[in-house]
Design a protein around this ligand. Structure first.
Ligand code: SF4
Length: 298
């Protein structure tokens, strides 16, 4: 029987002397509807879609159905190929390109993996695939990283929310960053406790982030929040691997996220009535969509 809190999962890791991915796999098996082979088959499918969605936007201009976003991932790739990126190195900028690619593919109605939601679909693929590429990790490592991410996500589902409509963007992109960072820390040799510290710090960094999609479309500011979400995940992973720890327990961070989400006014929970969605720029973009639909967009 699994009680899905960080404390309980950590206890299982220690009591059973298992890594976080192993406890995550035990949890999946405990649901009783899949064998390990079936779970691995699902994971392989997820990895294939992660790879294709994080690549497509970097290779071709992918435009959303509304015409509001598109082409940014390709711009980032071209920038990488002809410039010396400002932030650290090629690695981080390429990770942002991957995250934006997934968002663009999502907005163009292409195939993505909702991780944990479609709005936040770029953060986990970008973090895990970038780390895997840099250190030449094999597919088994990626599968295990996904299992780590999944158990962290399940704790949010069980004790808070992963929905922007319920808890704001902190619940979507925040949860995705926490899942990604916990996975990356695992990949880099961190122990179970370190993964929970990473997840906690990621949440603390975005606590209170509202959900204010312009025109109610999962495009603006979502795509760029995926880019900042992967930067959050990767930079927090470095902090934790350097030995930095969260002074606030992971479970308390999840509770705080839940409480802040519940207190958030409806304007900031995916209704497109507040924040960026209410700005003059957003109104201008509405006209742009009309023109796009009529085929007159320049
Ligand atoms: S702004 Fe809202 S719709 Fe967009 S990614 Fe964040 S939670 Fe999802």
């Amino acid at each position: 029987m699994f009680i899905l809190t960080g404390e309980e999962i950590l206890k299982k890791c220690y009591e059973l002397n298992k890594e976080l991915w192993e406890v995550a796999l035990m949890y999946e098996l405990s649901l009783g509807n899949k064998t390990k082979e079936m779970i691995y088959k699902d994971l392989d499918y997820v990895i294939d879609v992660m790879e294709s969605s994080s690549k497509r936007g970097r290779e071709e201009i992918v435009v959303s159905l509304s015409g509001l976003i598109g082409g940014d991932s390709k711009k980032i790739q071209e920038y990488l190929e002809s410039n010396s990126p400002l932030v650290t190195d090629y690695f981080l900028v390429k990770a942002m390109g991957r995250a934006v690619s997934c968002s663009e593919v999502n907005a163009a109605m292409g195939k993505i993996v909702a991780m944990p939601t479609a709005g936040a679909c770029g953060i986990i693929p970008a973090a895990i695939l970038s780390v895997s590429e840099k250190f030449n990790f094999d597919r088994e490592k990626i599968r295990r990283a996904l299992l780590v991410a999944s158990i962290i996500g399940m704790i949010f589902i069980e004790n808070a929310t992963i929905s922007g409509a319920e808890g704001g963007c902190q619940a979507e992109c925040g949860t995705a960053s926490a899942m990604a960072s916990a996975a990356v820390v695992y990949m880099m040799g961190g122990d179970c406790e370190a993964s929970f510290h990473a997840a906690a710090i990621c949440i603390k960094n975005v606590l209170g982030l509202i959900c204010d999609p312009v025109l109610g479309l999962v495009e603006i500011p979502c795509a760029k929040r995926n880019a900042s979400g992967v930067v959050n995940a990767l930079s927090v992973s470095d902090l934790v691997l350097a030995g930095v720890r969260s002074k606030i327990d992971f479970d308390d961070c999840v509770k705080a996220l839940d409480e802040v989400g519940r207190d958030m006014a409806k304007e900031y929970r995916e209704t497109a009535l507040g924040g960026l969605a209410k700005t003059k720029s957003a109104k201008r973009l509405k006209q742009r969509i009309k023109n796009f639909n009529m085929g007159t967009l320049e």
